[in-house]
Design a protein around this ligand. Structure first.
Ligand SMILES: [Zn+2]
Length: 257
C-alpha cells in the first residue's frame, strides 16, 4: 500500500472494521474503546459519508476482510449546528462546506434535534448502503450523547490534529504527536481529529469550534511534504489567521507558525 491513504497497519488481513466518527474531541475516548486494534479509523465533521467516500472505498479495497462499518455521529454536534443554522436560519456558509456537508440536508429536517437524532444518521446510513452495494459488510450506527460520556479532564486549549486514517489508539497517537512537537501540547479531551485531511472539515473546525492550534502530523518522512503543503494552504486562509499551525513528523521535532 505504498501510495495508500492509510498510515500503516499491522497485517491488512487483520482489519475487519471501519469506524467513521465525527471529529469531535469528546468522542476520542469512546472511539478508542470501540477500536479493538482491528479497525481503521476515519474522522470528519459530522461523520459525513460524502467527505469520507474515497477513504471508505479505499479501505474496502485495501483490507479484504472488512465485514463491518460503524457510523458514529453524536448529539450536540458542531457540524450539525452549522447545518442547522445555515439551512434553518439562513447563516452564510463557505461554498465548499455547503457542497460537501450542508446541501445533502436541505429540505430534510425541521429542527436541529430531529437532524441530530434521526435525519443525519439515516442519511449517512443510506449513503453507506450505496457504497457497499452487495458486499457482505454489516452496517451499524451508534449515535453518542457526549453528555453521557466520561471525559478526561484536561486544561489544554482546543486543538485539531490532521492525520492519515490508521488503527492507532489516540492515547498512543497523541503521545507520539506531543513527542514530535517536543512539548505536551495536545490532550485527549481537547483535541479534534480529522482523518484523512479534508479541507471542509478542517475549515468547519477552525472557523466554528474555538480551535487554537492545528497540527498536521506526518506518520512518516514521505508524508511530511504533503503535511507541509496542507499547513501552508491553511496558513493562507483568512479564517485561520488566529490559529497556530504546526507540522510534526513522527519522531522529529518540526515547528511552523
Ligand atoms: Zn460532531
Amino acid at each position: 500500500m505504498a501510495n495508500s491513504l492509510f498510515a500503516y497497519g499491522s497485517n491488512p488481513a487483520e482489519v475487519t472494521t471501519v469506524i467513521l466518527a465525527c471529529m469531535d474531541r469528546r468522542l476520542n475516548e469512546e472511539v478508542d474503546r470501540m477500536n479493538e486494534g482491528n479497525a481503521v479509523i476515519l474522522r470528519n465533521a459530522g461523520a459525513n459519508v460524502m467527505s469520507a467516500e474515497g477513504a471508505i472505498r479505499e479501505a474496502i479495497d485495501a483490507y479484504p476482510n472488512i465485514r463491518k462499518i460503524m457510523l458514529v455521529p453524536h448529539l450536540d454536534c458542531g457540524a450539525m449546528g452549522l447545518v442547522s443554522s445555515t439551512i434553518l436560519e439562513g447563516k452564510q456558509a463557505d461554498n465548499r462546506v455547503y457542497n460537501d456537508l450542508i446541501a445533502q440536508f436541505k429540505g430534510k429536517f425541521k429542527t436541529r434535534k430531529g437532524l441530530e437524532e434521526d435525519v443525519n444518521p439515516a442519511i449517512q446510513m443510506n449513503a453507506l448502503k450505496e457504497i457497499i452495494g452487495d458486499r457482505p459488510i454489516m452496517l451499524q450506527s451508534l449515535r453518542l450523547n457526549p453528555a453521557g460520556l466520561v471525559l478526561p479532564a484536561d486544561g489544554h486549549p482546543h486543538s485539531l490534529v490532521v492525520v492519515r486514517p490508521s488503527q492507532s489508539h489516540y492515547r498512543f497517537l497523541f503521545d507520539d504527536v506531543n513527542h514530535s512537537l517536543g512539548e505536551d501540547k495536545i490532550g485527549m479531551g481537547s483535541t479534534y481529529v480529522v482523518q484523512p485531511a479534508d479541507s471542509s472539515s478542517i475549515r468547519i473546525a477552525v472557523e466554528n469550534l474555538n480551535i487554537r492550534q492545528v497540527v498536521f502530523f506526518a506518520e512518516s518522512h514521505k508524508d511530511a511534504d504533503a503535511s507541509r503543503k496542507a499547513a501552508k494552504e491553511l496558513q493562507s486562509k483568512d479564517f485561520a489567521k488566529d490559529a497556530t499551525i504546526l507540522v510534526a513528523e513522527r519522531g522529529k521535532v518540526k515547528l511552523r507558525g
